[in-house]
Design a protein around this ligand. Structure first.
Ligand code: SAM
Length: 415
């Protein structure tokens, strides 16, 4: 099961601890049963070779819970700022909004309803909506909703924009036309690449399912996608981690919004130009039709992703900062930065050494492997030599410990 959890983490960022290993195990058992498999290693082999099966498992583990106007204050602030602050600064540009992850569409459709009701800001707006789940996107395209999607006390919007049908509440075509859905993985380097920046991004209730390293990668992507004066809305439980990672709190009570931190706003590449102004009716909807193309599943260590993510976030993924965390005893933070650094920048002795320290602190035998990797890259890394000596002694490998002790004595810095 560990191997399957690691595979899910690598491909979609899912941290098994966030939803519980039991839930993942149940999903895996269900899929194994569908294939008549009894052995989880055999199923792991299938996952490693069949993209289709990987997608099925992803569908079984993602949490697509959502509802209209979830955290109402975020939508109120969004329209208020879009119309009264953003629009006067950009009188000729169409407003660009991204909802990622959008799940079954309640969030982007809420954004559309909020804008339509506030008076659509001329010269128009576009709302792009992205999610990894093909099933959730199919529900979004259908736009017929049951009562679970309407949870607040203020449900007047349902009378204004939906028609009750035998199957549920059907959303009006006017609102549906405002949103363009697309299947995608936030960790995929090519996702939305080359698009102009977004003025508002809603990325809510996704980062909570990632560990620190994957959060860092996702936030780097969001940083690149957001306009320099744009606003990023996250979930209530996510604001704290976002403001530690290249964004600062926008100071909007109960809206969980942040902006790019000053001094961290200059991606090396020039952002693509904005599209020419288009009115609402001029912006054709590109429906998500037929069989969806399979989502690009992330390979976070690919060169493509390194190019895509490295430039916008030099301040966040820095080994100096990792060392400062380690020196202050914050080894988990240090390890998260090192993980992200290795993904973005490639092998580095100091990153492996710090990962060794973090593993040592939690009595994880992987520490020895990390120290050895550090020494492979930098054979005279004195701290790695001394810590490896101690770790080998603790593990009972006295012979190897003696060899590294001698190397450490030779590498000891001269006073
Ligand atoms: C809890 S829903 C959040 C929906 C909405 N943003 C909200 O706050 O109500 C989480 C969504 O994240 C999607 N998701 C999970 N991993 C993803 C990834 N790596 N890239 C894009 N979407 C992902 C899931 O399919 C799911 O629909």
């Amino acid at each position: 099961m560990r191997l399957i959890e690691a595979l899910l983490r690598r491909h979609i960022g899912l941290n098994a601890a966030s939803i519980g290993s039991a839930l993942i195990e149940r999903a895996v058992r269900g899929r194994m049963q569908a294939h008549g498999l009894k052995n989880s290693d055999t199923y792991h082999d299938l996952l490693a070779t069949s993209r289709q099966e990987l997608e099925q498992l992803i569908e079984a583990v993602v949490v697509t819970e959502t509802w209209f106007f979830r955290d109402q204050e975020s939508f109120d602030r969004f329209t208020q700022i879009a119309l009264h602050e953003w629009r006067p600064r950009h009188p000729a540009a169409p407003l660009r909004v991204l909802s990622m992850p959008c799940a079954s569409g309640e969030e982007p459709y809420s954004l559309a309803m909020a804008l339509l009701e506030a008076g659509p800001p001329a010269p128009g707006f576009t709302i792009d909506a992205v999610d990894i789940s093909a099933l959730a996107l199919a529900r979004a395209e259908r736009a017929v909703y049951g009562k679970n999607s309407f949870r607040g006390r203020e449900l007047g919007f349902r009378d204004r924009h939906f028609l009750p049908t035998m199957e549920g509440y059907a959303l009006s075509p006017l609102v549906r036309r405002c949103v363009t859905f697309e299947q995608g993985n936030i960790l995929d380097a090519s996702l939305l690449a080359g698009r102009p920046p977004y003025d508002f991004i809603f990325c809510r209730n996704l980062l909570i399912y990632f560990d620190r390293a994957m959060q860092t990668l996702a936030l780097a992507k969001l940083h690149r996608l957001l306009a320099d004066d744009g606003l990023l809305f996250v979930g209530p439980a996510e604001l704290a981690l976002v403001v530690e990672s290249g964004f600062h709190h926008a100071g909007l009570p109960m809206a969980f919004a942040c902006r790019k931190a000053a001094g961290n706003t200059t991606p090396a590449e020039t952002p693509p130009p904005r599209p020419s102004p288009a009115t609402l009716t001029e912006t054709p909807r590109q429906p998500h039709t037929g069989d969806p193309a399979p989502p690009r599943i992330a390979e976070p260590s690919s060169r493509e992703q390194v190019q895509d993510l490295r430039d916008p976030t030099p301040a966040m993924v820095d080994l100096e900062i990792a060392c400062q965390h380690a020196n202050a005893g914050r080894l988990a933070e240090a390890a998260a930065i090192c993980d992200a650094y290795l993904t973005l920048e490639g092998p580095a002795a100091q990153a492996y050494y710090l990962l060794g320290l973090a593993s040592d602190a939690s009595h994880d035998p992987a520490a020895i492997t990390y120290y050895r990797k550090a020494l492979y890259l930098e054979p005279n890394h004195y701290e790695a030599l001394t810590h490896l000596t101690l770790a080998l002694e603790k593990s009972g490998d006295v012979g190897a410990a003696r060899i590294f002790k001698r190397r450490a004595e030779r590498a000891q810095p001269k006073p």
